[in-house]
Design a protein around this ligand. Structure first.
Ligand SMILES: Nc1nc2c(ncn2[C@@H]2O[C@H](COP(=O)(O)OP(=O)(O)OP(=O)(O)O)[C@@H](O)[C@H]2O)c(=O)[nH]1
Ligand SMILES: [Mg+2]
Length: 264
């Protein structure tokens, strides 16, 4: 399917085989992003783990989820190759890479386009564990896909044991206005419920495609920064007592190490 499409030189389609969460190819030199200021004081963000680096670029692992036929592959292909996939060939799993400069910082987006058809969803839990950020996609022409968006959100929360995972909700196919079954208001309310940004997109018209992916990268960066500053409030919300205690001890150690590093 998508393999027949020609991809621009900045983008690269990778094998459809399922990848492990970290691979040897992912490993590269350690890089410390530029310093950030918070309330006037200089705060050093933690070093980016080596498995998140490739060719000197920070890799952002993005997973696109949603019901079958909502346009996940079309949205992804518009983003990486500026072309519209005008037929439906159900995806099993495809992976793409796209370089981008977002807020003056280079990024390598590693995008996993997943299966919406139930026959192909056996590996869902595995790729939910790998993703750093998720795009949940529904079609404005398909009410059932809108209802399913909540199920995808629940699944991410269950697999990741956190409600604080970077997420963007997109309502695709807005060019098909006469077939609309989900209002903008409903989409916005759902995004508010999820606590995430929301875009109405059209893969056919390349409408708000870049914005959706760039915003997700910004969300990943923002949550990373919150973690570094110890201000991420949600992350412990649904942990069990045992995990919470371990998590607190770990956080205290991390804080002590960070302070000692800053003193050196
Ligand atoms: N008019 C219009 N059609 C779209 C849009 N996005 C996707 N489509 C069409 O919808 C159909 C399904 O698109 P896909 O991208 O294959 O859907 P998918 O979500 O990847 O489907 P699965 O791989 O089966 O999960 C195709 O015929 C696309 O051409 C859009 O924004 N507007
Ligand atoms: Mg697809």
């Amino acid at each position: 399917m998508a393999g027949d499409m020609s991809i621009g030189c900045a983008a690269l389609k990778r094998s459809s085989k399922l990848r492990s969460c970290t691979s040897a190819a992912d490993t590269d030199s350690m890089r410390v992003p530029s310093d950030h200021r918070d309330n006037g004081s200089l705060v050093k963000p933690p070093p980016v783990p080596p498995q998140n680096m490739r060719g000197g670029l920070r890799v952002y692992k993005i997973v696109i989820l949603g019901d079958g036929g909502v346009g996940k592959s079309a949205v992804t292909l518009q983003f990486v190759s500026h072309s519209f996939l005008d037929y439906h060939d159900p995806t099993i799993e495809d992976s793409y890479q796209q370089q981008a400069v977002i807020d003056n910082e280079a990024a390598l987006l590693d995008i996993l386009d997943t299966a919406g058809q139930v026959e192909f969803t056996a590996m869902r839990d595995q790729y939910m564990r790998c993703g750093e950020g998720f795009i949940i996609c529904y079609s404005v022409t398909d009410r059932h896909s809108f209802q399913e968006a909540s199920e995808y959100r629940k699944l991410i929360t269950r697999v990741r044991l956190s409600e604080d995972i970077p997420l963007v909700l997109i309502a695709n196919k807005v060019d098909l206005e006469s077939q609309r079954r989900v209002t903008t208001e409903e989409g916005r309310n759902l995004a508010n419920q999820f606590g995430c940004p929301f875009f109405e997109t059209s893969a056919a018209l390349r409408h708000y495609i870049d914005e959706a992916f760039y915003t997700l990268v910004r969300e990943i960066r923002r949550k990373e920064m919150q973690k570094a500053l110890g201000t991420d409030s949600n992350s412990e919300k649904i942990h069990t007592g045992r995990r919470s205690r371990w998590w607190r001890i770990r956080s205290i150690f991390a804080l002590v190490f960070r302070r000692r590093r800053n003193l050196n």
